[in-house]
Design a protein around this ligand. Structure first.
Ligand SMILES: CC(C)(COP(=O)(O)OP(=O)(O)OC[C@H]1O[C@@H](n2cnc3c(N)ncnc32)[C@H](O)[C@@H]1OP(=O)(O)O)[C@@H](O)C(=O)NCCC(=O)NCCS
Length: 244
């Protein structure tokens, strides 16, 4: 059987937007419009969606996706989220390839470390060289709208939410509208953040199970699980790009 695998940046290949949205939605269900809205933000800088397109016997299909976004709370850091491989093709090296390409992309952009969080794929990531770390925050494009002192404050004030993790510098914020696929904000300029401590979350029903996977192991996990101790933050030093 003839097959060919391409690694592409989604924004250069808009014809794959639909297939990418469908792939991600098979694992993290969300409205197609909201999903497309997030994916359409992919660009040459960050956020950037990287996709794997497999062609077999003339049939093309998006079989993998990851998104690299900016991270605050660590030097030269970025964050990878929404890592997914089509279910019937898992275990064939595509997840590794996706992560390697994400790391290569980030390294080429000058980033020195990659962060992620997960609730149930620690072994996969540690196999690829990731180790447990402190959390970071992802403000996406909103970061440029905030003065540095406020970002510093945010990364500090939130550390008390993660008592079980190694010395953190930050934890996740409620998802910024530009990185997680929420419907468009009615007025993107009307962006305010309060640093006051949020009210305590309502008690969860008792459960012995870990919470279900949610959107891309990203900041939604914090909201939906209401228990940051269930989230493992991981990081990896990126191999610097060698200029030829
Ligand atoms: C996680 C995921 C992307 C892995 O993709 P994959 O294509 O199955 O992974 P690969 O086949 O490339 O595996 C790469 C290596 O990791 C290992 N590995 C994969 N999943 C693993 C797991 N759950 N535990 C331990 N090792 C694992 C493989 O054995 C392989 O090792 P090798 O390269 O030394 O042979 C895929 O399972 C997936 O899409 N899951 C659903 C979405 C998800 O949970 N994403 C992660 C969100 S945090």
């Amino acid at each position: 059987m003839e097959s060919n695998l391409q690694v592409l940046l989604l924004h250069n290949q808009e014809k794959y937007l639909d297939g990418t949205a469908d792939l991600i939605n098979t694992y993290w269900s969300r409205s197609k419009a909201a999903r497309l809205w997030t994916l359409e933000k992919s660009c040459d800088k960050l956020p950037c969606s990287i996709i794997l397109v497999l062609t077999e016997n003339g049939k093309e299909e998006v079989i993998g996706h990851s998104r690299v976004v900016e991270a605050q709370g660590a030097d030269n850091a970025c964050y990878v989220e929404t890592v997914v491989v089509k279910s019937d093709l898992r275990g064939r090296g595509f997840g590794r390839r996706l992560m390697e390409e994400s790391e290569k992309f980030a390294s080429c952009k000058g980033y020195k470390q990659m962060f992620l969080n997960t609730i149930d794929k620690e072994k996969f990531y540690s196999h690829l060289g990731y180790t447990e770390s402190h959390p970071v925050i992802t403000l996406g494009a909103n970061a440029s709208k905030l003065p540095q002192h406020m970002i510093d404050k945010l990364t500090q004030t939130t550390t008390r939410c993660t008592p079980s993790l190694p010395p953190p510098t930050a934890t996740a914020l409620p998802p910024p509208s530009n990185t997680v696929g929420a419907p468009p904000h009615p007025n993107p300029n009307d962006f305010t953040i309060t640093t006051a401590a949020p009210p305590p979350p309502p008690p969860l029903p008792p459960t012995s199970k870990k919470c279900q996977p949610t959107e891309g192991c990203n900041t939604h996990v914090m909201e939906l699980c209401c228990d940051p101790s269930k989230v493992t933050w991981m990081r990896k030093d990126l191999i610097p790009k060698v200029s030829s």
